[in-house]
Design a protein around this ligand. Structure first.
Ligand SMILES: Cc1cc2nc3c(=O)[nH]c(=O)nc-3n(C[C@H](O)[C@H](O)[C@H](O)COP(=O)(O)OP(=O)(O)OC[C@H]3O[C@@H](n4cnc5c(N)ncnc54)[C@H](O)[C@@H]3O)c2cc1C
Length: 326
């Protein structure tokens, strides 16, 4: 590495579910490419669908680079790292942007080590100064603070970007990206990690929800989570949760909002019995309106909430459900 190119990398989902999923990192990538003076390319491991072409054009992508190989049909970390390293060695991108997810934690640091690049996880912004120096702002210490990493010299950097960190913005002028095939040799790759069971990912996604009703330890008991589900349904939203009630098995981890759960950006986020710890707020503070119900008037959540109710959520939630249904 490195040229001035910026590459956004995606894999999985057969290319069909990308609308609304990469808009933020493509927006970020376009800004960085404009500042480095390089092209914005999108590297996809898998088929190039119409959705990918359309989205790429909307966000100003110059080239869609495409790798297809039997070893990449299902996600496997070693094959993905090997394919990306071969691509990076040939193209020498200055910045590799990947949307942070569970798979990415297995890929980004290893890719960076293989191609001798820097790596920043939990990133929220990338800036390039007048002299071309890169700096990456990322969430640090479990979401308690933000750190700014300066990438020394002309070194390349692999950046894993938190979901919803950037507001998507289409390019002023749409492009018609060229599709370029890139051949990789993965024959020598021997996968070291075997996935025995995949988490279920059915139904609507929390990170795309406009309304989220979340419950925390203040609900008191697993059985009371049904109040959260009922209110979410009545409002046409989705139920969320703080981490302790996920850890205690009240609800499955697909509902967890926060730094180690899902990062959301809904229009309305209603938090019942949630204290407002920084790690939870990392997943919902970008909501347009936060409404909090808490018995403790000093709870941190009230610092973020536009509307707050000091009281027992077990009394207030049934009233809200009644009102929402009527
Ligand atoms: C590295 C790391 C990552 C983490 N990631 C996450 C994450 O992704 N998501 C996450 O949520 N947490 C995460 N945490 C945990 C986080 O620090 C907090 O411990 C957690 O968010 C607290 O959950 P809570 O608000 O439900 O519980 P508590 O902090 O116990 O708060 C319960 C709240 O309910 C209120 N309450 C009690 N009874 C009632 C009632 N009847 N009606 C109304 N209010 C009531 C209390 O006043 C209190 O404010 C992480 C921690 C670490 C260290």
């Amino acid at each position: 590495m490195s040229s001035n190119e910026v590459v956004v990398v995606t894999w999985g989902r057969g290319g069909e579910a990308f609308a609304g999923e990469v808009d933020d990192i493509l927006t970020l990538g376009r800004g960085v490419a404009a500042a480095t003076g390089g092209a914005l390319n999108w590297l996809t491991l898998g088929p190039v669908s119409d959705t990918i072409r359309q989205t790429a054009g909307t966000y100003g992508v110059a080239n869609i680079d495409h790798i297809e190989d039997a070893k990449l049909a299902e996600f496997s970390a070693d094959a993905t790292v090997a394919a990306l390293a071969q691509y990076c060695e040939q193209h020498s991108p200055r910045v590799v942007l990947i949307a942070q997810g569970f798979d990415v934690r297995l890929v980004a640091p290893r890719l960076a080590a293989k191609v001798r690049a820097g790596v920043v996880m939990n990133a929220a912004a990338v800036e390039v100064d007048g002299g071309g120096k890169l700096s990456v702002t990322a969430s640090a210490y479990g979401g308690d603070t933000r750190a700014v990493y300066e990438i020394a010299g002309e070194r390349a950097c692999v950046v894993s970007v938190l979901a919803n960190a950037v507001l998507p913005e289409a390019a002023d002028a749409a492009t018609t990206p060229a599709v370029r095939d890139f051949a990789v040799d993965l024959a020598a790759v021997d996968e070291r990690i075997q996935v025995l069971e995949k988490p279920k990912a059915e139904g609507p996604r929390l990170d795309a929800a406009e309304i989220i009703v979340s419950g925390g330890r203040g609900l008191g008991d697993a059985a009371n989570y049904k109040l959260i589900e009922e209110l979410a349904e009545a409002l046409g939203g989705l139920p969320g949760a703080s981490r302790p009630i996920v850890d205690d098995g009240w609800v499955d981890s697909s509902h967890q909002v926060g730094l180690t759960g899902t990062i959301t950006r809904p229009g309305l986020y209603l938090a019942a019995g949630i204290s407002g710890a920084s790690q939870h707020m990392a997943g919902c503070s970008a909501a347009k309106t936060i409404v909090a119900i808490n018995t403790d008037s000093d709870a941190s959540i009230f610092r973020y909430a536009r509307f707050g109710v000091i009281g027992d959520c077990l009394e207030i939630l049934p009233e809200l459900i009644r009102a929402a249904k009527s």
